[in-house]
Design a protein around this ligand. Structure first.
Ligand SMILES: [Fe+2]
Ligand SMILES: [Fe+2]
Length: 312
C-alpha cells in the first residue's frame, strides 16, 4: 500500500515546491487536505503523514490533531524561517523542515516519519489489546457493569478539580481504565465467589496490583500509568498493599484512583463485599476514612463534585 501524505495549503507557492520535491519519488500518494484556516475538516480521510506550513501548524495544531485524535499521525511542518523551524519543534511537530532542501532529503525525512508512524500503530494495537483485557476483567469480576468507566470518570473529575495538567489527566485516564488489569490472572473461583473471601483467597486477590504492573511494564506507552496500577490499594496511613506506602509516598494519581475505585466498589454490588451502600452512605464512608484510608485533599475534591451532582 502506498503511503498517503496530506498536504495542506493548496494554492501556496511554497507548498507547491514541497509537492514537487515529494512527487519525484515513487511510493507516496499525495493529496491536498482541507485547510484549517478555512474551517474545513478532513472527515473520514486518514493520512499517514500530514505536511503543513509552519505558520499553519503553529496556529492550528489543536484543530489538526483533534481531527484524528484517536490515532497518531505525524505532522511535519516546513518553513523558510529558521526561527519558525525551531518554534515548530518546540510546539510538538513531529519534524520541522527548513527549506530549501537538497533533492531527496525531504523524502528521507518523510520516510522516517512513516517508520515512526508504523511503530506507533503497532503500539496502538497492543494498547487496544490491553484495554480489551481490562473489559474482560470487568466481566469476570462480577462488578456492576461499567465499574471501569465510572472509576475513570470519577478520577478524571477529581483530576480536573485539582488542576492537573493535560498530560497528567491523560495518564490518569489510562491508569484508571487499566487499574485492575492484573485480575486477569486471578482465578475465577475467587473473583466470582459468593460471600466474603477467606484469608488465603484475599492474599491471592491482593496480588493483582503487582500482576497488573508486570503485564503493562514492557509497554513504554503505559509507563506513566504503572504507578496507578501498582499503588491503587495503598492507604494514606500506610496500612494498604502491596508496599505499605504512606501519605505523599503514594503517587498522586494512585491516591486519586484509590478514592474513585473504593467509592464505586462500595456503592456497586460485588460478590465478595458484604453489602452495597447507597451513594449517601458511601459519601459518609469516604468522610470517615479521609485521613486514614484516603488523602483528605482528594476526598474533598471528589465530594465537591459528587455533592454538586447529587443536588441536580
Ligand atoms: Fe484493584
Ligand atoms: Fe477496581
Amino acid at each position: 500500500m502506498r503511503a498517503k501524505l496530506a498536504l495542506i495549503g493548496k494554492d501556496d507557492p511554497v507548498t507547491k515546491r514541497v509537492l514537487g520535491l515529494i512527487t519525484q519519488v515513487k511510493g507516496f500518494k499525495v493529496a491536498y487536505f482541507p485547510d484549517p484556516r478555512e474551517g474545513k475538516v478532513a472527515g473520514q480521510l486518514k493520512p499517514h503523514v500530514i505536511i503543513v506550513q509552519g505558520n499553519i501548524f503553529l496556529n492550528y495544531q489543536d484543530k489538526l490533531k483533534t481531527q484524528w485524535a484517536r490515532h497518531f499521525i505525524p505532522i511535519m511542518a516546513y518553513t523558510l524561517d529558521p526561527k519558525e523551524e525551531q518554534l515548530c519543534m518546540e510546539q510538538g511537530a513531529s519534524d520541522a523542515v527548513l527549506l530549501p532542501l537538497q533533492e531527496g532529503s525531504l523524502t528521507t525525512r518523510v520516510r522516517n516519519q512513516l517508520k515512526i508512524k508504523s511503530l506507533m500503530d503497532e503500539m496502538e494495537k497492543v494498547d487496544n489489546v490491553l484495554f480489551t483485557i481490562a473489559k474482560i476483567v470487568e466481566a469476570k469480576d462480577y462488578y456492576t457493569k461499567g465499574h471501569i468507566h465510572r472509576v475513570t470518570s470519577y478520577s478524571y473529575g477529581i483530576g480536573l478539580t485539582m488542576g492537573l495538567t493535560k498530560r497528567e489527566l491523560k495518564t490518569l485516564k489510562i491508569g484508571a481504565l487499566l487499574h485492575d488489569i492484573g485480575k486477569i490472572a486471578i482465578p475465577d473461583s475467587i473473583l466470582a465467589k459468593e460471600g466474603p473471601l477467606t484469608k488465603e483467597e484475599m492474599d491471592i486477590m491482593k496480588q493483582h496490583p503487582l500482576l497488573g504492573y508486570r503485564i503493562c511494564k514492557p509497554l513504554s506507552s503505559l509507563n506513566g500509568a504503572l504507578d496507578i496500577i501498582l499503588y491503587h490499594h495503598e492507604k494514606w496511613d500506610g496500612t494498604g498493599y502491596p508496599q505499605g506506602l504512606a501519605d505523599l509516598e503514594i503517587p498522586l494519581l494512585a491516591r486519586i484512583v484509590a478514592v474513585a475505585d473504593t467509592f464505586d466498589a462500595v456503592s456497586s454490588s460485588r460478590n465478595y463485599m458484604e453489602r452495597t451502600l447507597s451513594k449517601k452512605d458511601a459519601i459518609i464512608l469516604l468522610e470517615e476514612e479521609s485521613g486514614t484510608h484516603f488523602d483528605p485533599d482528594i476526598v474533598e475534591a471528589f465530594l465537591k463534585n459528587l455533592r454538586k451532582e447529587l443536588r441536580r
